[in-house]
Design a protein around this ligand. Structure first.
Ligand code: AMP
Ligand code: MG
Length: 419
């Protein structure tokens, strides 16, 4: 038996090969209340001006600015209130000299009015109020079209819809939103040592933690996945499972079995499926054996079984591919330059990815390993919000050095209030 010779490629190159694949998911429409997290499939164009009419941004009085000329503390000018409107109501009145309409926030400016006096700036009288300062035209008025005008592109195809996007879509009456479909994803954990979460431990066995972890990573992106039953290290049955999954899903994520061990069958499975292997060796630690292949418009991500390698492989390769196939214009991970707070002396033959805690609390960003960090480690993943990227070819890194870190957390809450 000859050992297959694998050629390592740089991580950047591996990521590029993943996102260069032209696998695209179809457009669809989803309910506005379900649309957050999707990628928008069309530009959204303003079909009317916002604001749609000149309106009051305050509770106060709509007036004619020309009537305030010369107003001062010793020359208070009196106004007569001729109408009273709240948001959603229109005044029938047209203002004449010295007249005002009591107006609430959001109400359309009455005819003739071009400024708003805030309630706090007035002194009440029997007929209305007096004021003590002159107003300029449009003072305290939210002008028609000041935010967007008809025809403006307010949301771009390829952007991820966040809560603000939902608000814009609601503004323009999109009960149903044009989006790209989310991928259907299968998760198949492979390994004869694996037990399910509810199983009693047995000698030589461990519980499958990668499967639930990948499921959670997908959920964090609002993507649901199908968890297949654990596969023994057996070529025929594993091939069957992967083959079936390829028929049904856009992405098949396997964990384990991708190395060159006697019971690692994923390379044979890719061959049997006639899949195009994009790479099967990456110049990175952990997870150098991570393999990505494509067949029948389905991505096959062969993640290493080592939990930290599995996690890192998801962040580096799966996530960008998902957003790319969903039509996103932004699909690369966010990186931050941070000060290393702990020595990391291990030399790096390959670029090393270390589960890390980054602190991004206003001052200078800092980063340090989030715990015991061998590739088999699980606990450090749980305490991480970043992955430190330590390039190869050095004798290690020391406290105070600047390093890059990839941000992985979906929330950025801090333990301490920033002051
Ligand atoms: P493999 O990639 O199959 O060579 O597995 C590498 C290491 O990761 C071995 O120590 C496995 O026991 C462990 N491992 C594989 N799959 C899983 C899994 N689903 N959950 C936790 N550990 C795993
Ligand atoms: Mg294995």
């Amino acid at each position: 038996m000859t050992l297959e010779k694998r050629q390592p490629i740089p991580v950047i190159e591996a990521i590029q090969r993943c996102v260069k694949e032209q696998i695209r998911l179809p457009k669809t429409r989803v309910d506005l209340y379900e649309a957050d997290g999707y990628i928008l499939a069309e530009d959204i164009v303003a079909t009317y001006d916002i604001p749609r009419f000149n309106k009051s941004p305050y509770d106060g009085f709509a007036i004619r600015s020309q009537d305030t000329v010369g107003a001062s503390g010793t020359n208070r000018i009196a106004f007569k209130v001729i109408d009273h409107i709240g948001a959603g109501s229109i005044s029938e009145a047209t203002l004449g000299e010295g007249e005002a309409v009591r107006i609430m926030t959001g109400a359309e400016m009455p005819q003739g009015a071009d400024a708003v006096v805030m309630l706090e700036q007035t002194v009440q009288t029997d007929e209305g109020f007096t004021l003590r300062k002159p107003f300029t035209p449009h003072e305290n008025v939210a002008l028609k079209g000041e935010e967007t005008t008809t025809g403006d592109i307010v949301l771009k195809q390829g952007q991820r819809i966040n809560a603000g996007g939902i608000a814009v879509l609601a503004t323009f009456g999109y009960r149903h939103v044009p989006v790209f479909t989310k991928p259907s994803v299968a998760i198949i954990a492979t390994g004869s040592e694996l037990l399910d979460v509810e199983d009693e431990l047995e000698p030589g066995k461990i519980r499958n933690s990668n499967g639930p972890m990948i499921h959670a990573l997908l959920r964090a992106e609002n993507i649901s996945s199908y968890v297949y039953k654990i596969q023994q290290d057996d070529f025929e049955s594993s091939l069957d499972a992967v083959r079936q999954a390829v028929q049904k899903h856009d992405i098949v994520i396997t964990t384990g079995g991708v190395s060159v061990g006697d019971f690692d069958y994923l390379p044979d499975i890719y061959r049997a499926l006639n899949a195009t292997v994009l790479f099967n060796k990456v110049a990175m630690r952990p997870g150098s054996v991570t393999t990505v292949a494509v067949t029948e418009d389905t991505y096959l991500f062969g993640l290493s079984g080592n939990p930290s390698a599995c996690y890192t492989g998801f962040e580096l390769f799966v996530k960008p591919s998902i957003y790319r196939m969903m039509g996103a214009t932004h699909y690369y991970p966010a990186m931050v330059n941070a000060t290393l707070m702990e020595d990391f002396k291990k030399p790096n033959p390959f670029t090393r990815f270390v589960r890390a805690t980054a602190t991004l609390n206003g001052k200078e960003a800092t980063v340090k390993p989030s715990g015991f960090n061998k590739s088999g480690a699980v606990v450090a993943i749980a305490h991480s919000n970043a992955i430190m990227v330590l390039p190869s070819g050095t004798r290690g890194y020391i406290t105070g050095q600047r390093v890059e870190a990839l941000l992985t957390a979906t929330d950025y809450y801090q333990q301490d209030l920033y002051v």
